[in-house]
Write a protein that binds this ligand. Structure first.
Ligand code: HEC
Length: 109
């Protein structure tokens, strides 16, 4: 029973990840929190222990935001330097949504 419930939850999460719109946005937030928060921080500032140690850039900075969606997509998928590759872990649609999520982070104060 428990297993079935779990499987149902997993299936609905996977399903929603491929759906555009508000639902996808909140799922991207969850994916971000689970995989990226650690280094990049909830606000994208990179103001975290590992973020500072690895010199993660502020995701809200112009330096990052001026890059094309394709370029950001590639960094997330293939990794770069200390940035781990997530291609094997996150579906390409999920990566696309993460890029949109990074674009939607509230600007630096
Ligand atoms: C282990 C720490 C770590 C984790 C976890 C991590 N990153 Fe990174 N990220 C980095 C570092 C360090 C860089 C800078 C890489 C470089 O250029 O040397 C980076 C760079 C980036 C960049 C490119 C910005 C630039 O430097 O131009 C993006 C976009 C990005 N990360 C998004 C993400 C997303 C989305 C996730 C979650 C799926 C994630 N990162 C998870 C450490 C991390």
């Amino acid at each position: 029973m428990r297993q079935a419930t779990l499987r149902f939850i997993t299936a609905s999460v996977l399903c929603c990840l491929t759906m555009p719109g508000a639902q996808a946005q909140s799922d991207a937030a969850k994916v971000y929190k689970a995989n990226c928060d650690l280094c990049h921080g909830a606000d994208g500032s990179g103001d975290t222990g590992p973020g500072k140690a690895f010199h993660a850039k502020d995701l809200r900075s112009e330096e990052v935001q001026k890059q094309s969606d394709a370029a950001l997509n590639e960094v997330i998928t293939k990794g770069r330097g200390k940035m781990p590759a997530f291609g094997g872990k996150i579906h390409p649609d999920g990566v696309t949504q993460l890029v949109a999520y990074i674009r939607s982070l509230p600007p630096k104060k």
